[in-house]
Design a protein around this ligand. Structure first.
Ligand code: FES
Ligand code: FES
Length: 183
């Protein structure tokens, strides 16, 4: 018996019903029909082609998939591991990924600070680390070193030893305060 696949669904090769979602990602609106089991991280990477959001574990341990989300009527962004959420749960939400941070050819202060302080080596953790740091700085613009450590405690880096990541976030916090930058 041949498999029945919905021609309008994405991320699907099964007979499951697809669900329509509309999301705004980095300022652009998208509408797709997705399989109910499709993870948000796979929607971002495989459907939207935004591969700056990484998959390190698929099981909520590494933080490489961290993005910011904001629901209807919410003023503040919050960081979320996008492998812990279904794409269908993001229906109606705004999403910010690492690709949405640079503006008019200028790096976001966090990206710049990671560059200047050598806050990365292989760079695999970096997009998730930056988005987690941004989620922290939006809610706490002047964190202590301990608060920074806590803020990125869900994000693993196998290369840097974290010291330069923390310095980068401290520098970005100062710069964002001076320039009144958020996202
Ligand atoms: Fe590791 Fe999401 S891929 S926490
Ligand atoms: Fe390699 Fe963090 S820079 S995992």
């Amino acid at each position: 018996m041949p498999r029945r696949a919905s021609s309008s669904s994405v991320g699907s090769s099964s007979t499951q019903t697809s669900v329509p979602i509309t999301v705004k990602v980095n300022g652009a609106q998208y509408t797709h029909s997705v399989e109910p089991r499709l993870l948000l991280v796979h929607y971002i990477r495989n459907v939207l082609g935004l591969t700056g959001t990484h998959v390190g574990c698929d099981s909520s341990h590494c933080g490489a998939c961290t993005v910011l989300i904001r629901g209807p009527g919410e003023s503040l962004w919050r960081a979320v591991k996008s492998c812990t959420m279904l794409a269908a749960q993001a229906d109606g939400m705004e999403i910010l990924t690492i690709e949405g941070l640079a503006k008019n050819g200028e790096l976001h202060p966090l990206q710049n600070a990671f560059w200047e302080n050598h806050g990365l080596q292989c760079g695999f953790c970096t997009p998730g680390m930056i988005m987690a740091a941004l989620g922290l700085l939006i809610r706490n613009p002047a964190p202590t070193r301990e608060e920074i450590k806590w803020g990125i405690s869900g994000n693993l880096c196998r290369c840097t030893g974290y010291i330069n990541i923390i310095k980068s976030i401290e520098q970005a916090a100062r710069e964002m305060k001076e320039k009144s930058t958020t996202v």
